[in-house]
Structure formats: C-alpha cells, structure tokens
Design a binder for this molecule. Structure first.
Ligand SMILES: NC(=O)C1=CN([C@@H]2O[C@H](COP(=O)(O)OP(=O)(O)OC[C@H]3O[C@@H](n4cnc5c(N)ncnc54)[C@H](OP(=O)(O)O)[C@@H]3O)[C@@H](O)[C@H]2O)C=CC1
Ligand SMILES: CC(C)(CO)C(=O)C(=O)O
Length: 304
C-alpha cells in the first residue's frame, strides 16, 4: 500500500527536487515552478529558460540548489546510464527524500536503483515513470517545449491506489506502470536503433523501401519476443510502431541525436536490456543483436 503522497492536504505546497536539469529536467522543473522547487546539477544552475509550447519568447524561472532539506519528491531526469552515479552523488541526503521518481526512457536502471536502495538505511519510496513530452536544448541556450505529451508514473513495487491528488504537477497515476514502461520499450527498441543505424528521420523508416524492410523485420522480431516473454501490450507492436513513426515523422529519435553529437546512447537500456531478458530464456533476436553490436562498436570508437 502506498501511503505518503496522498496524506497531505491538496492545497499544501510540495517540495520537489529535480536531479539532472537537461531538456526533460528543465521542462519538469518548469511544471513544478509554483511549488517549492529545488534542482541538482553539476554547475549549480538555478536560473532556467524555457520556450513554452507555442510561445514566441522564452520564460525565465528559478530554483534553489538542493542541499538536503526534506522533499516530497526527488525526480531523476538524467539519461538512464547516469542514474546510479547521479544518485550516489547525493547518497548522504537521500534520507530527506520521501518519494524518488525515475523519469527516463529505457529499462534496467529502475531495477538497479531498487537493488541499491535496499542497501540504504533510510530509503525513499521508489516510483518510475514514462513521458511522451518533447523537449530539446536550442542553440540560443534555452530549452524548447517542442511537443506536448503526457507523463504517467506509478510505484515500482507497491499496489497502485486510486487517489492521486499529490503527484508532482503535470503527472498522472498509471494503474500499471510496468506495462507502460514495457510498451514504451517496444517502440524505442524498433525506432531508436534503426534511425541511429541509418541516420535518418523517424518517418524515413516508412518511406524508404530498404529501411522499411528492416523496420518490418524488427517490428515482427520485437513483437514475437514480447509474446515469448509473456509481456502483454494494449496494442499491436508493429501497428503502434508504424503509428509512432508516422506521428513523429519529422523528428530525429533521441538515439539518432545522440549519435549525431557522439554522446553515449541509451541503447544498452533499450536493446541491451531486451537482449538480456531474451538470453535468460534462451530466446534469440538476431536483428536486435546485429544493430546493437554494430552501434555499440560505433560508440566505442568515439571514446577511443
Ligand atoms: N528530452 C525529451 O523530450 C525526453 C527525454 N526523455 C528521457 O529523459 C531522460 C533525459 O533526457 P534529456 O533531458 O533529453 O537528456 P539531457 O542530456 O538533455 O539531460 C540529462 C541531464 O542529466 C544531467 N546529469 C548527468 N549525470 C548527472 C549527474 N551525475 N549529476 C547531475 N546531473 C547529471 C546532465 O548534466 P550535464 O549537462 O552536466 O551532463 C544533463 O543535464 C532520458 O532518459 C530521455 O530518454 C523522455 C521523454 C522525452
Ligand atoms: C518515440 C521516439 C522514438 C520518438 O522519437 C522516442 O521516444 C525517442 O526518440 O527516444
């Protein structure tokens, strides 16, 4: 039974800290700006600038660098691979956190954090979430809220409760967050490696005949893997992947953007995670393996 976030009055101000104020973190901080807002970042940034969805001028807002005062929510918006390192950086202050929310793409980091929290004396309640919001850093320095989406969250381990009045602003409670994360993983496991491999926009996966062939093969492979793993989705994976590629046709996927900027991708937490799950049950996913191996080799040359 989840207790803490629902016991407060609806009018009370929440104390919220955001760890990792990149594109998504800045957007989440902006949503939380009317609460008691704290941020944690490596350069002590306390002033932020966000171009609201549809606006022509960026909005400025500020936060206070978190020093360990009690917070209702600590929201982690680093990339998946940085999660544990970032949390270990504030380990001595974790006892001041009531609810810890991991809001990232990818899978695997949540279980790593859950395991690590077991070693802590006073661990917060772990929450996980998934967002369809779109935000990016503009060259001018501000963050652009480029696509309006939804952010759903749920407790990692405990049963969900109906009443959800004290979640952070802009977030809603999912009755089955694990399913939501799996569903997001399925789509990311198709669009992200292929767009990074072909260095193409999402929509080109459908419009280019060669890419389309691989798109169909990978969609079928991921769909079959999910069925073999008994991971249910509320939709047909190939159909939804096509819908998402169409709806985001003009976008570069986050993985393709990482490749363009030679930043570590989140593929270990997408394809890598899927392959680890498959290996546990002796299942194969040849195209996923091929793409992951090839893209990991490319990544390795950047740091060489
Ligand atoms: N951007 C979007 O529209 C969406 C993103 N997501 C997911 O959200 C997550 C974040 O993405 P995004 O915001 O785009 O990524 P960014 O790279 O813009 O932001 C990540 C931030 O984490 C910070 N960080 C990394 N390590 C640490 C650390 N040890 N301590 C403190 N801060 C740290 C980085 O700081 P520094 O600059 O110092 O390295 C950076 O500001 C990803 O999992 C992404 O897939 C999900 C939906 C939408
Ligand atoms: C859904 C998709 C593929 C949209 O680009 C995405 O989540 C990403 O780029 O990481």
């Amino acid at each position: 039974m989840v207790s803490s976030p629902y016991n407060q009055s609806m009018t009370s101000t929440q104390h919220i800290a955001v760890l990792g104020t990149g594109a998504l973190g800045t957007l989440i901080a902006w949503y939380c700006r009317s609460q008691e807002l704290f941020t944690i970042n490596r350069n002590q940034q306390e002033r932020f600038s966000l171009l609201e969805y549809g606006a022509s001028e960026p909005t400025l807002f500020s936060s206070t660098s978190w020093q360990g005062t009690p917070v209702d929510w600590l929201i982690v918006t680093t990339k998946a691979a940085s999660t544990l390192t970032a949390l270990k950086g504030i380990e001595s202050q974790l006892s001041a956190v009531k609810n810890l929310l991991l809001l990232q793409n990818g899978m695997g980091q949540q279980a790593e954090v859950a395991q690590w929290l077991e070693t802590q004396h006073s661990a917060p309640q772990l929450w996980v979430g998934s967002s369809t919001e779109g935000a990016y850093h503009a060259e001018e320095g501000h963050v652009v809220h480029a696509g309006k989406g939804h952010t759903v969250i749920g407790p990692w381990q405990h049963e969900c409760v109906e009443q959800a009045d004290k979640l952070p602003p802009s977030m809603t409670l999912s009755p089955d967050i694990h399913k939501v994360l799996n569903e997001k993983l399925a789509i990311n496991a198709i669009i992200n490696p292929l767009t990074a491999y072909y260095q193409c926009y999402n929509g080109e996966l459908l419009s280019n005949a060669d890419y389309r062939h691989h798109f169909d093969t990978l969609s079928t492979e991921v769909d079959e893997l999910f069925k073999q793993l008994n991971w249910n989705t509320d939709f047909s994976i190939p159909q939804r992947a096509e819908q998402v590629a169409l709806a985001t046709a003009q976008n570069r996927s986050s993985t393709y953007q990482d490749v363009l900027h030679r930043r570590p991708t989140e593929l270990p937490y997408i394809c890598g995670y899927l392959l680890k799950q498959a290996a546990q049950y002796d299942l194969s996913a040849p195209l996923t393996t091929e793409l992951f191996t090839s893209l990991s080799a490319t990544e390795a040359t950047w740091s060489a």
